[in-house]
Design a protein around this ligand. Structure first.
Ligand code: THU
Length: 160
């Protein structure tokens, strides 16, 4: 028996002002998207913004449903839009912000497992890392240089 160690490294930014300009602009779009989230059941609002290679920014937010499992997370709303409408354009970065209506969310809030798997699909497809910036409603921002850094041992098409 042997053991292996898998490590993730992330960058921590104290607040939005510390981010480079392009990342700050993208996070502002994620916040804008978050403010338009449709989340009447959880009252947990999430916004995502994706920067495409030609400079276009795609926004997505969580879309809930009275039939709860029919809803969709912000990250997947955004990335499926990008995949559907810009299938051949490289995704350069993604920013995410999440805020609960009745609770302070000062800590960085990472994408859920299902969204990581969905984003991974596009990272593998484009053969280039997707840097991810994520935060709560305010405060610190974490940056992961790639999706795989957040989801080691990816399940990909290679196994099919
Ligand atoms: N949600 C997201 O939009 N992204 C995530 O990564 C985690 C959760 C949404 C789904 C649901 O509308 C609400 O947040 C509460 O789970």
């Amino acid at each position: 028996m042997k053991k292996i160690t898998i490590q993730s490294h992330l960058e921590v930014y104290d607040d939005m002002h510390e981010l480079p300009q392009d990342a700050r602009d993208l996070m502002l779009k994620a916040i804008e998207a978050r403010e338009a989230a449709y989340a009447p059941y959880s009252e947990f609002h999430v916004g995502a913004a994706i920067l495409l290679a030609q400079g276009e920014i795609i926004k997505g937010n969580n879309q809930e449903n009275a039939s709860y499992p029919s809803g969709l997370c912000a990250e997947r709303t955004a990335i499926y839009y990008a995949g559907a409408n810009f299938p051949d354009v490289q995704i350069m970065a993604m920013a995410i912000s999440a805020k609960a209506k009745n609770k302070e969310t000062p800590d960085p809030i990472p994408p859920c497992g299902a969204c990581r798997q969905a984003i991974a699909e596009y990272e593998v497809k484009q053969k280039a890392p997707i840097p991810l910036y994520f935060m709560g409603g305010r405060g610190k921002i974490l940056k992961s240089a790639s999706l795989e850094n957040l989801l080691p041992l990816l399940f990909t098409h290679d196994y099919l």
